[in-house]
Design a protein around this ligand. Structure first.
Ligand SMILES: *Cc1c(COP(=O)(O)O)cnc(C)c1O
Length: 639
């Protein structure tokens, strides 16, 4: 960026390039001729696009303050269509004889509105749901209506969980129990006998294939979920012995989320399809191949296999999968299965944008330091002053080392009472001027010394913003994930300041000092000078997946029971206080569900099953009471 360029020459195209909006915006986000960020309701089609600044006015007129999280339901609709149509196109083109059935994993964004909209927009594609816990199953059952859509049950399942799933099957839903551990089978079979419902069984396997990326611990040999090959064979034998091999219908794996490299995706599919065709050869009916999640989002727009990106398009993802499945199936004369994927991130990431205003700025400016130091200035301060006078591009590393050394010495002297607070303050000003000069000189170097890698952020302005990193983008803090961040307006003006962002928590982790870049990671974000009295708005984009509920509500497990214990002198103990943990209804209320509405809806589903002749009135009573118990139960595994 050329900083001496006159203001008038800055254009929206330059802003688009600087912030990379076309690279990560996926056809939804662009810059208007007025220099504001626009959101388009449909991919690559600016008809009907709205300015986020207009949305902010509307929000404010309704008396809502910043920060505000916007969810654009059109974007969710569009992403579901995009994924389903991409699979359909690939299948048609390659002559695939099975179908695609996506499922949305509730844990990725469990908010009631989100799951509701996913099922609504997904209906025309029979897009179903995936649950990993009892509370998620209870939530899913209040949404499910489409009997063609799949309901995939992962996670560890207790009796209540299994009963609800069996009742769902009885009412006509395509509900699958995915076995993650060998021990789960007994309870499923026992409950299915008691309730007289045949289960649909799936098996989750551990693949030997591993994938790169931050989020991928759940794949690979060492993952804690899924059966090893030897356990898989034992499971097949055990099902055959009990005359239940005809219940085995689905094979599942999950490689991890945000898989940046298409090679890893392809090799996992190849391995799984081999296993699938052997299960068919063993005599299991099968029919469903569930490839889990992992479809990545290009957060930095670089289209590379860097962790915040992906080196493939959604279309490539779909056609590579279809082709790999077909190749194995055809070579073994196995009928083409229904392909399921559990994409969550790619479905909901674009959907939400966090908007907030800047409250205050701390600018970093050069201090005025006299050429000649007054009589009596301490030796160490003089040394620091000499460093400042002698900096050139040839010696920046040396100057940096010296500056640190003298600064530490001066701090030590202060501790021992050998210089005054005023003298120390003067020395620190010299120190910061040195850092400033070094940072400026470094910009011109081709290769910067490793020590000085992020020196820019040390002299960057701090923009204090009205939001909380922990609340709104927890993965930025937890796993250093990068999200696109940019101003929502003034994009026809050159952004002259380089900034880092601080939230209002006053916590040292409540800051953002790493930003997306096409080739690297940036340490500062170019922003506009604050104008007196004018509001300045920023947006954090692509925050729809995994950011809305903090880690402690992952899979909707709630607070545990708490017991306080007092031990007497003679070694006896008393339980002095018991606090009951969250019920399923409690945690669902946190994500905006209303248990009463859920019961009503589920009752309607049961009524419909009676009309369809699937269950009796007596069954209905039992099923509703199981649902009610589920709502009131503990969120964890109950013995
Ligand atoms: C988290 C999870 C997903 C979602 O993965 P994405 O990468 O967000 O699509 C899918 N399946 C299982 C089993 C998961 O645990």
């Amino acid at each position: 960026m050329n900083k001496t360029e006159p203001l008038g020459r800055w254009t929206k195209e330059k802003s688009e390039e600087l912030y990379g909006i076309k690279n990560w915006g996926a056809g939804y986000f662009t810059v208007s001729d007025q220099g504001e960020v626009l959101v388009s309701p449909q991919k690559d089609n600016a008809t009907g696009a709205v300015s986020l600044m207009d949305v902010i006015s509307g929000v404010k007129e309704r008396g809502l303050d910043m920060p505000v999280l916007l969810r654009f339901e059109n974007l969710l609709d569009s992403q579901i269509s995009f994924l389903n149509n991409s699979f359909r196109k690939a299948m048609k083109k390659l002559g695939y004889k099975g179908e695609y059935r996506g499922v949305y994993p509730i844990k990725v964004n469990q908010q009631q509105q989100v799951v509701e909209e996913v099922t609504k927009f997904g209906q025309r594609y029979h897009h179903g749901l995936e649950v990993g816990s009892k509370p998620e199953l209870v939530a899913a059952l209040s949404h499910m209506q489409d009997k063609e859509a799949c309901l995939i049950c992962n996670g560890y399942k207790d009796e209540e969980f299994i009963d609800l799933g069996l009742y769902a099957i009885k009412m006509g839903f395509k509900c699958f129990f995915v076995i993650e551990m060998p021990g789960e089978l007994d309870l499923i079979i026992e409950r299915s006998k008691v309730l007289g419902v045949k289960p649909n069984i799936g098996i989750r396997i551990k693949l030997s294939a591993k994938a790169g990326g931050h989020w991928t611990e759940s794949g690979g040999d060492r993952s804690i979920f899924g059966l090893r090959v030897s356990q898989l064979i034992e499971m097949v034998d055990s099902l055959r012995d009990r005359d239940m091999l005809d219940c085995l219908k689905l094979l599942h794996y999950h490689l991890g989320s945000q898989i940046p490299n298409i090679r890893d995706i392809r090799s996992a599919v190849q391995e799984a399809t081999r296993v699938y065709s052997e299960l068919v050869a063993e005599g299991a009916p099968m029919g469903y191949l569930d490839l889990g999640g992992g479809l990545a989002v290009d957060y930095d727009g670089s289209s590379t296999n860097y962790t915040n990106s992906r080196n493939y398009t959604v279309e490539e993802y779909c056609s590579d999968i279809v082709e790999a499945v077909m190749t194995t199936m055809d070579s073994t004369n196995t009928p083409h299965p229904i392909i399921i994927t559990e994409s969550g991130r790619a479905i909901v990431a674009y959907y939400s944008v966090l908007l907030f205003d800047v409250l205050d700025v701390e600018k970093f400016e050069l201090y005025l330091i006299p050429e000649i130091l007054p009589e009596g200035t301490a030796e160490q301060v003089r040394n620091l002053h000499d460093v400042l006078k002698n900096i050139s591009h040839k010696n920046i590393q040396e100057c940096y080392n010296d500056a640190l050394y003298y600064r530490d010495e001066i701090r030590d002297m202060f501790k021992h009472g050998r210089i005054s607070l005023r003298e120390r303050s003067f020395a620190e000003k010299i120190f910061w001027n040195i850092i400033h000069h070094i940072a400026k000189l470094k910009e011109k170097l081709k290769h910067s010394p490793p020590d000085l890698e992020d020196i820019e952020s040390a002299i960057a302005d701090i923009y204090y913003c009205n939001f909380s990193v922990f609340q709104s983008i927890p993965d930025s803090w937890a796993i250093d994930q990068l999200f696109p961040i940019m101003p929502l307006h003034r994009l026809l003006e050159l952004p002259k300041r380089n900034a880092v962002i601080a939230d209002i928590t006053c916590d040292c982790d409540g800051k953002i000092d790493k930003f997306i870049d096409l080739h690297d990671v940036r340490n500062t974000l170019p922003l506009h000078e604050m104008r007196n009295g004018d509001d300045y708005y920023l947006g954090i984009f692509l925050v729809g997946a995994y950011q809305e509920t903090l880690g402690d509500l992952h899979n909707l497990f709630g607070d545990t029971n708490v017991v306080s214990v007092r031990i007497d002198e003679d070694g006896h103990y008393d339980l002095v206080r018991e606090i009951h943990g969250d019920s399923v209804a409690d945690v669902l209320t946190y994500v905006e569900y209303d248990p009463k509405v859920m019961l009503t809806r589920f009752r309607e589903t049961a009524e419909e099953a009676i009309r369809e002749g699937r269950i009796t009135v007596a069954d209905r009573r039992e099923i509703l009471s199981a649902y009610d118990n589920g709502l009131r139960g503990y969120t964890y595994y109950e013995q």
